[in-house]
Write a protein that binds this ligand. Structure first.
Ligand SMILES: *[C@@H]1O[C@H](CO)[C@@H](O)[C@H](O)[C@H]1NC(C)=O
Length: 206
């Protein structure tokens, strides 16, 4: 190809040729970098972090006759990084609780943290709401669950994480966690505190 160009009497043909070579070089380098990243990614392919609910205590769940809810829920989440060669930066994470598809607490923000390879961390949060408007069926649903002796609570978390492989740190990925806890009403009567101690496994999506 260069021979053909060399025969060309035009001065600008050489320039063009140089341009093409530069472009080719640029694309070759770019595609090799992408290939290396892809190979790294395929070898390491990080597994989603895992979460489980260690404990949930509902300290308050009261609805006013005007359907305004006051709630206070304390929980402990166990966070696990299953990857042997990938660290995780949790840059942002917020937790809230919902009941019968209604959000019943405000979002509680957790402090950012780094989780090492195969690391585990216990995260505690207190979720609260004051005068939060809820559906008029809320009290009826709660009353029915109290009669049945158990209540199903959803704990949800979402945030942003970055993977760390050696010295390389990825961009930010949005993740969300969903946990289902079955709480059994205590012996202190239907109005008593509700708690759950079984380690409920949560699902994580990225
Ligand atoms: C909820 O909390 C607010 C503010 O603390 C209080 O005024 C209200 O009476 C509470 N509602 C119920 C149902 O306890």
């Amino acid at each position: 190809m260069s021979q053909i160009h060399a025969k060309s009497p035009q001065h600008c043909a050489n320039k063009n040729h140089l341009k093409i070579t530069k472009k080719k070089l640029f694309y070759t380098i770019l595609s090799s970098i992408l290939l290396i990243i892809l190979i790294f990614w395929l070898i390491l392919h990080p597994t989603n972090p895992q979460f489980s609910l260690k404990q949930v205590d509902i300290n308050q769940l009261i609805v006013s006759p005007t359907h305004l809810l006051n709630s206070s829920i304390q929980l402990t989440l166990l966070s696990t990084n299953p990857n042997p060669r990938v660290g995780i930066y949790y840059d942002e994470m917020q937790v809230y609780a919902s009941y019968k598809a209604q959000q019943i607490t405000l979002h509680s923000y957790l402090a950012p943290f780094y989780q090492d390879h195969k690391g585990t961390d216990l995260l505690s949060a207190v979720l609260v709401a004051n005068d939060l408007p809820v559906a008029s069926s809320f009290n009826y649903d709660l009353g029915r669950d109290q009669m049945a002796g158990r209540l199903v609570l959803n704990v949800k978390a979402n945030g942003l994480l970055r993977w760390k492989v050696g010295l390389w740190v990825s961009g930010k990925y949005r993740f969300s966690v969903s946990c289902v806890a079955v709480l059994v009403f205590g012996t202190s009567g239907p109005a008593g505190p509700l708690s759950s101690r079984q380690g409920t496994q949560c699902s994580t999506t990225i």
